[in-house]
Design a protein around this ligand. Structure first.
Ligand SMILES: [Ca+2]
Ligand SMILES: [Ca+2]
Length: 279
């Protein structure tokens, strides 16, 4: 009962205890530590495996440490309040991020975000710098390609991300987030892959939900990115009024011309979704 009552104020107090003055939003972007709920869970599991003592410490800062309970129970309690609601992974899961005494991340160091990642050392001058909240994402329309045998999206390069991949009908890449500033332009490089030695002209479309309302239907959210047998480049500039924060980018490649409708299936090619963080 006590724990239930604590939960509502928990994260505020957790943040207050660990980082009295952190600017969460700044840290989020500067550290580039933007995680999905699944990755927040992975981060917790990685810490549980590699730095369980640290989680016990955090737990002791929140729960009443005068009632002695085993360490694994302390960690389980912490896990529950940070990640779950009614036994379901929260859309707004909390996770720990690390930095130096200024809550900055000059070493570009990130704690693990998968339980399977091997344990690597937290830099000696680093500590927990913030309790972060995973951005909640709307559900976007589903789509895919009908044929993936002949051609596929081989590589997408944008800002800090470069993703090389094989031929799926549809892939949702959430492992990394492309970070962009709202007032800058970025080159997006799209490279087709082919199953045989022969290359074919492929039509590319890019969709970005700039206003973050869960669709790709608003002004400047659809971009025809050209037709090419080779890698093609297109310049992306966030439109005026692009909303700051996490959003979605969809890339489609289709031998048969594709569509301006982000929800329409591709005939032959591939569809890939990416996370974009606009600052
Ligand atoms: Ca692919
Ligand atoms: Ca939209």
């Amino acid at each position: 009962m006590l724990k239930v009552m604590l939960t509502s104020t928990l994260i505020t107090s957790l943040a207050a205890i660990i980082v009295p003055s952190v600017q969460a939003n700044t840290t989020l972007f500067e550290s580039r530590d933007v995680l999905t709920p699944q990755q927040a869970l992975g981060r917790f599991q990685w810490l549980e495996k590699c730095y369980s003592g640290l989680l016990v410490e955090v737990s002791d800062n929140i729960f009443d440490p005068t009632t002695p309970i085993p360490n694994d129970e302390k960690i389980a309690d912490l896990k529950k309040v940070m990640l779950y609601e009614n036994n379901t992974l929260r859309g707004d899961a909390k996770y720990l991020t690390f930095g130096d005494e200024d809550n900055a991340n000059p070493k570009n160091w990130f704690a693990g975000k998968l339980p399977t990642t091997s344990c690597f050392q937290i830099p000696s001058d680093y500590r927990i710098s913030a309790v972060m909240v995973t951005p909640t994402m709307p559900n976007y329309c589903t789509t895919k390609s009908r044929e993936r045998t002949y051609e596929f999206i081989q590589s997408v390069k944008f800002s800090n991300i470069e993703n090389t991949s094989s031929n799926t009908f549809y892939s949702n890449y959430v492992g990394d987030t492309a970070k962009i500033y709202a007032d800058k332009s970025y080159q997006l490089t799209l490279t087709p892959g082919f199953s045989s030695a022969e290359a074919y002209p492929e039509t590319w479309h890019v969709f970005i939900d700039w206003n973050q309302d869960g669709d790709f239907n608003d002004t400047k959210e659809t971009l025809f990115a050209g037709v090419s047998e080779q890698a093609t480049q297109v310049e992306i500039t966030p439109p005026t009024g692009a909303k700051k924060g996490m959003t979605k980018m969809r890339v489609t490649m289709d031998y048969l011309g594709g569509s301006n409708d982000a929800c329409k299936e591709v005939d032959s090619g591939e569809v890939e979704d990416y996370l974009l963080y606009v600052k």
